[in-house]
Design a protein around this ligand. Structure first.
Ligand code: HEM
Length: 414
């Protein structure tokens, strides 16, 4: 442990671009107890992979009091209790063997063959979105494409009408703000009220499908489980729903927007990719590696343990820095460079590893592939719009998202 380091990942200046702080942590103290919160921050590839492979020691089942530095906001807890459904622990907030009970509902939805069958439909969604702005010769790409695409795809998969799709985005943004832990207690209360509004909407949808199942994901979730376990309660269904909604939206939005920004910053690589579509898969992995959408998540330690030479006591909270592990110089040469030819780009941990490996990974990759294919086939000479871009990343300990991306382009691919 290096006690001379004083790094606070919650510092707004660090949040603007955390990569220098991550590099110091990797170099000086791969498992670092952050003075401001007491949490242990894991920043290197090997140590992070070790944590992900030991769910018995590094547990997802975190008592509510540990999730937020300073303890839970009691007013928020009261809103859920009195006006909606109290948060419970399903899927990502459980460990084996309980985890499998929840995971089976998701795994039967996101099979490889189902995602493959969705490919031409997702191509269509991408092209429809481009139709909405192509005649303008300019676009704010985050709002008009990168946010829209995952939201429309997940709305269609859930079985939510297109009319209601914008609500999903509104609900998921509020949830992400709360999860990011960088907001005031007052805003936390507003976010809880928005979450309760979402709960009532989905509860009505689930009740309708319990009576009349349809061919959609919400119906899959109320169908009996293969292992004969009890059907999920409404509280469990709502908790699962919020994880699916939140897991798939801002993450994919981030990779679409930052992926396009990286290509504009590296025109030679944009040309290579346009000329050789077989590079698409590796390009996608490199974007996920270099600008990891989920920068950090948490675990709680179930017994005294040692990680990377640091003693960690039972009950301590560990912060997993996926965004740093994916830039670990011991794993990735020239780690800060964007290189769509990188040999081991796919070794990143952007989707996690082991028990909680992202079930939406295939869907997210397909959404990226369909989007960039449509963009390259329809738009040429894509450039940043003069003077309009801030290139800001809103503060969050968990997510990395580009605030906006104003572009100009030619109406024909070149
Ligand atoms: C680029 C896009 C995405 C990224 C980077 C991403 C990242 C991740 C990561 C890092 C985890 C593991 C969390 C852990 O270690 O505890 C995870 C889990 C999860 N993701 Fe994703 N995700 C993406 C897209 C999606 C999509 C499209 C969906 C669904 C529509 C989704 C749903 C979930 C769910 C439900 C979990 C929890 C799984 C479990 O605990 O078993 N994600 N994701």
């Amino acid at each position: 442990m290096n006690n001379d380091l004083n790094i606070d990942l919650m510092d707004p200046e660090v949040q603007k671009c955390p990569y220098d702080a991550y590099a110091s942590l990797r170099r000086e103290c791969p498992v670092y107890q952050m003075p401001s919160t007491g949490q242990y921050v894991v920043s290197t590839y090997l140590e992070l992979r070790e944590v992900l492979r030991r769910p018995d020691v590094f547990s997802n089942q975190m008592p509510l009091k540990n999730r937020r530095p300073g303890g839970p906001n009691l007013d928020v807890a009261a809103i859920y209790r009195d006006e909606g459904w109290e948060p419970t622990t399903t899927l990502q907030r459980t460990d084996p063997p309980d985890h499998q009970r929840y995971r089976q509902y998701i795994d039967r939805t996101f099979t490889a063959s189902r995602v493959r069958r969705l490919a031409s439909y997702i191509d269509g969604v991408a092209n429809d979105l481009i139709d909405t702005f192509i005649d303008e010769g300019q676009v704010e790409f985050v709002a008009d494409f990168a946010v829209q695409l995952p939201c429309l795809v997940i709305a269609d998969q859930f079985g939510v009408t297109r009319e209601d799709a914008p609500k999903l985005k509104y609900w998921s943004d509020a949830a992400m703000e709360a999860i990011g832990l960088m907001i005031s207690p007052e805003r936390e209360i507003e976010c809880a009220r928005i979450a309760v509004e979402a709960q009532h909407y989905f509860a009505a949808q689930f009740e309708a499908r319990q009576k009349n199942p349809l061919d959609d994901m919400m119906s899959d979730m109320v169908r009996p489980a293969e292992d004969g376990s009890d059907p999920m309660s409404m509280q469990e269904l709502l908790d699962m729903m919020s994880q699916l909604l939140n897991g798939g939206n801002q993450t994919t939005t981030s990779s679409l927007a930052i992926g396009l920004k990286l290509l504009i910053d590296h025109p030679d690589q944009m040309t290579s990719l346009r000329d050789d579509p077989t590079l698409m898969g590796n390009f996608i992995e490199e974007v996920l590696r270099l600008e990891t959408p989920v920068q950090g998540l948490f675990r709680v330690v179930t017994q005294d343990t040692v990680l990377g030479g640091t003693d960690i006591p039972e009950g301590a909270v560990v912060m997993l820095l996926y965004g740093s592990a994916n830039r670990d110089e011991d794993k990735f040469d020239h780690e800060a460079d964007f290189d769509i030819h990188r040999r081991n780009a796919g070794a990143h941990l952007a989707f996690g590893a082991g028990t909680h490996f992202c079930p939406g990974a295939m869907l997210a990759r397909q959404e990226m592939a369909s989007s960039f294919k449509a963009i390259f086939s329809r738009l040429g000479n894509i450039q940043f719009a003069d003077g309009l871009n801030s290139f800001d990343y809103p503060p969050s300990l968990v997510h990395r998202n580009l605030k906006d991306l104003h572009l100009t382009f030619d109406k024909e691919a070149n």
